[in-house]
Ligand binder design. Structure first.
Ligand code: PMV
Length: 333
C-alpha cells in the first residue's frame, strides 16, 4: 500500500504563540514569528492499511526498534489521523512511525516537527501531493500543536492571528536570506512538567496578558524589520524581551508555571557576558528550561564553547536556519 516518509524540522519562535482564542482549533491570540531549523527534525512514515485494520502508531528508536508512544501523544496523533481522513474524504487507516533526529529526552519541543511531519506524510500517503502549502500549513495548525503550522515552511515564517482559514504559517523570507544559527544549551533533560497546551489554557489567568497583547504589535514589527534587514542588533533585544514576557505570563498564571531552572539563569548570564566581550548573541526560551542562543555564523564557535564550558549545561546542539520539510527515504519500516 501507499507509503510516504517526510522529514519536518522543529522551529524556534522569535515571537511566541502563547494563549489561544480557540484552543481546540489552535487559533492564536497573537501573531507569532519563527525560524525553521535544519538539523532538529522528525521523520514520519505513513502507510495506508487495508480496510479492517485499526490505526497503528509507533515511535521508532535509533536502534531500529519500535515502541508505543505515551498515551497523551498517541491520542493526539489518532485525533489528527481522523482529521486528515475527514479532510480527504477517505476511510482507510494508517500505520504511522515517527523518529526525532534530536535526543527525545532533551525536552526540546518536538510537537511542532512531529505534527508537521505527520500532516505531510499522511497527506502524501493519501495521494494529496498537489495540495497548496497554505492548506497543509492550516491542517498542521489544526493538529492542536499550532506551532506545527510554522514547521511546514522553511526559512523565516509568520503565523498571523486572523480568521481560521488564513491563520497558518506563511514564509517571510527563505532560509538563504540570513544565515542565523541556534546554539541550544540543554540544561534539563526529560519532558517538561506542564505541557504547552496547558500553558495556553492558563495564559488567560495571568493579569499581565492584556499588557503583553498591547505591546506585542510594536515588537512584532521590530522582528519583521530585523529579519528583512538582517539586523541582529535589532532582532536580539526583541527576542530576549519576548522570551522573558512568555515566562512572566507563565509564572503569573493560576496555578503558576515555572519552566526555568538554575541552569536557565546561568546560561542567560553567560549570554550577557558574551555580549560584553563583543560576541553578538541573544537568548530565547520556549516552554521549558533550555535556552536557544541565536547568533550569526562567525559567532557560533565562541557561543558553543562558552556554553559547553558551563557546569549547568548538559550538552549543546548546534542548529541553523533550514529550508523546511522534504520527502525522504528510507522509510522507517
Ligand atoms: O504549538 P504548541 O501548542 O506546542 O505551542 C508552542 C508554544 C511555544 O513553543 C512556547 C511558542 C511557539 O510559538 O513555538
Amino acid at each position: 500500500m501507499s507509503k510516504t516518509t517526510v522529514d519536518a524540522p522543529a522551529n524556534i519562535a522569535f515571537i511566541k504563540y502563547w494563549g489561544a482564542k480557540d484552543l481546540d482549533r489552535a487559533l492564536p491570540l497573537n501573531t507569532s514569528i519563527s525560524m525553521t531549523l535544519e538539523s532538529c527534525c522528525t521523520r514520519c512514515t505513513a502507510e495506508l492499511l487495508d480496510s479492517g485494520h485499526a490505526d497503528e502508531v509507533w515511535i521508532s528508536e535509533p536502534d531500529g526498534g519500535f515502541r508505543r508512544p505515551p498515551h497523551e501523544f498517541e491520542d493526539r496523533v489518532r485525533a489528527h489521523l481522523d482529521r486528515m481522513r475527514r479532510w480527504a474524504g477517505r476511510q482507510e487507516t494508517f500505520r504511522i512511525a515517527t523518529r526525532n533526529s534530536f535526543p527525545s529526552a532533551a525536552g526540546l519541543a518536538s510537537s511542532a516537527s512531529g505534527f508537521a511531519a505527520l500532516t505531510l506524510a499522511t497527506a502524501g500517503a493519501l495521494g494529496k501531493d498537489d495540495v497548496p502549502t497554505d492548506e497543509l500549513a492550516r491542517l498542521a495548525r489544526e493538529s492542536g500543536s499550532g506551532s506545527a503550522s510554522r514547521s511546514v515552511l522553511g526559512g523565516f515564517v509568520e503565523w498571523p492571528a486572523i480568521d481560521a482559514e488564513r491563520s497558518h504559517g506563511v514564509e517571510l523570507a527563505e532560509a538563504d536570506h540570513w544565515d542565523l544559527r541556534d546554539v541550544i544549551a540543554v540544561v534539563e533533560i526529560g519532558p517538561k512538567a506542564v505541557s504547552s497546551l496547558e500553558g495556553h489554557r492558563r495564559a488567560h489567568t495571568s493579569p499581565y496578558l492584556p499588557k503583553r497583547l498591547e505591546i506585542l504589535p510594536e515588537r512584532i514589527d521590530r522582528v519583521r524589520r530585523a529579519i528583512a534587514e538582517r539586523d541582529l542588533a535589532l532582532l536580539g533585544p526583541a527576542i530576549e524581551e519576548e522570551a522573558v514576557d512568555l515566562h512572566i505570563i507563565a509564572m503569573s498564571s493560576h496555578p503558576p508555571i515555572f519552566y526555568w531552572s538554575p541552569g536557565t539563569v546561568g546560561v542567560l548570564r553567560a549570554v550577557r557576558e558574551l555580549r560584553q566581550e563583543g560576541v553578538h548573541a541573544y537568548a530565547t526560551i520556549d516552554a521549558g528550561a533550555n535556552v536557544h542562543v541565536i547568533c550569526e555564523a562567525e559567532a557560533e564557535d565562541d557561543v558553543a564553547s562558552r556554553l559547553e564550558s558551563l557546569p549547568v549545561v548538559g550538552f549543546v546542539i548546534r542548529d541553523s536556519v533550514g529550508p523546511g520539510p522534504e520527502r525522504t527515504s528510507p522509510h522507517l519500516f
